[in-house]
Write a protein that binds this ligand. Structure first.
Ligand code: KG4
Ligand code: ZN
Length: 348
């Protein structure tokens, strides 16, 4: 069985071709263009520029993912239906429908958040981890911050999510304030690492940031207060301090620590309150080394499952693998005309 996965929900145009045979997944093709350079001047994703870039990139990415394989070899077309940016999702969906018109292969519409949760089950040797569930999943990206109780594949309960900004969005926005590049997560991680390894002269008074909602018993998150606290601190410092590399490094370190503290505290509490076998982390922010290390330390007896950092951000394997593990609904030609983007699709 050969499955094509198309992902265009945000600012990555990605297509993967996989083979699923006797329980094992083999990656036949994996192509991706990231639009980060395009969105850098805006400090975030510009939906209509993203849509246009998807439109331009899809044919080339598709050819690259197919490689020496032929379009007729595709048995199933997986495409991210949502959640995501509507104009972007539509590009992928229309592209999937075009392939279906030519090949007759069924389309499996997939959920982007579920893709982030399922991808960490794929092991390096292509086997799918059989006994991960029940699991607690933390999905943290530029668009999502959700703690999900995954009883089994296809059965999810959202324990809590962010009331305002997503964790990655907070990193992106605060990085922009500090004059760092988009995407902000890796830029902040780099500066935080410099502060941790080299030290420096702390600001006077030293930077101190809140941990919003950390000690509440709920699993809800909120990151807009953290962003505001960063802004207030920045405004309170003289220009000479704001411009100094030490201030930027100290601030990056404190921002990363505040975000990681909150994510680890809530995830650890969830993992201790529900009878789970593993903790799954997915989404761009889950690439963060500090988050991974702190979670392992907080939950030493639980298995922490994460995709390799290069696959934590959006990619075509997410829809392709989802269509392997949960191949419904499967829309045959004639059934897919009403398939539409679902920008606010939920996994519950
Ligand atoms: O999953 P993703 O590619 O797209 C969405 O579905 O939103 O996640 C992108 C987010 C961005 O906010 C980016 O700053 C963040 O993931 N990110 C990171 C790291 N790499 C990407 N955040 C912290 N540490 C990283 N290493
Ligand atoms: Zn994502």
């Amino acid at each position: 069985m050969t499955i094509l996965g198309i992902e265009t929900s945000c600012d990555e145009t990605a297509i993967s071709l996989i083979e699923h045979l006797e329980g094992r997944v083999r990656i036949l093709g994996d192509a991706l263009v990231s639009q980060t350079a395009l969105h850098r001047p805006y400090g975030g994703v510009h939906p209509f520029m993203a849509k246009r870039a998807h439109q331009e990139n899809l044919p080339r990415i598709y050819r690259e993912a197919l490689g020496r394989h032929r379009e007729e070899d595709i048995d199933r077309i997986a495409v991210t239906q949502g959640p995501g940016l509507s104009p972007c999702l539509w590009q992928g969906i229309e592209f999937a429908k075009d392939i279906q018109r030519r090949t007759g292969a069924p389309i499996v519409p997939t959920n982007h958040v579920e893709g982030h949760i399922l991808l960490p089950l794929l092991q390096e040797d292509g086997q799918i981890l059989p006994d991960a569930f029940p699991a607690l999943a933390l999905v943290v990206s530029g668009g999502h911050t959700e703690l999900v109780l995954a009883e089994r594949i296809g059965r999810y309960r959202i324990l809590g999510e962010t009331a305002d900004d997503a964790a990655g969005e907070c990193l992106d926005k605060t990085a922009r304030l500090l004059g760092l590049d988009y995407p902000g997560g890796p830029a902040i991680a780099e500066k935080a690492g410099e502060w941790a390894s080299r030290g420096g002269i702390p600001a006077n008074p030293p930077i101190s940031l809140p941990r919003p909602m950390m000690n509440r018993s709920s699993y809800e998150f909120s990151f807009s207060g953290l962003k505001t606290a960063v802004l207030y601190d920045w405004q309170s410092r003289p220009e000479s301090v704001r411009q100094s590399p030490d201030y930027v490094r100290e601030m990056a370190f404190e921002i990363q620590r505040a975000v990681v503290d909150v994510l680890v505290a809530k995830t650890a509490r969830g993992a201790e309150s529900f009878p789970v076998r593993s903790v799954i982390i997915g989404g761009g922010v889950s690439a963060n080394t500090e988050l991974r290390a702190r979670l392992r330390k907080a939950l030493p007896s639980l298995r922490i499952l994460a995709a390799p950092p290069s696959r934590s951000t959006d990619n075509g394997l997410m829809p392709a693998l989802t269509a392997v593990l949960r191949p419904d609904p499967m829309l045959r030609p004639g059934e897919s005309s009403s398939l539409a983007a679902a920008p606010s699709l939920r996994i519950e």
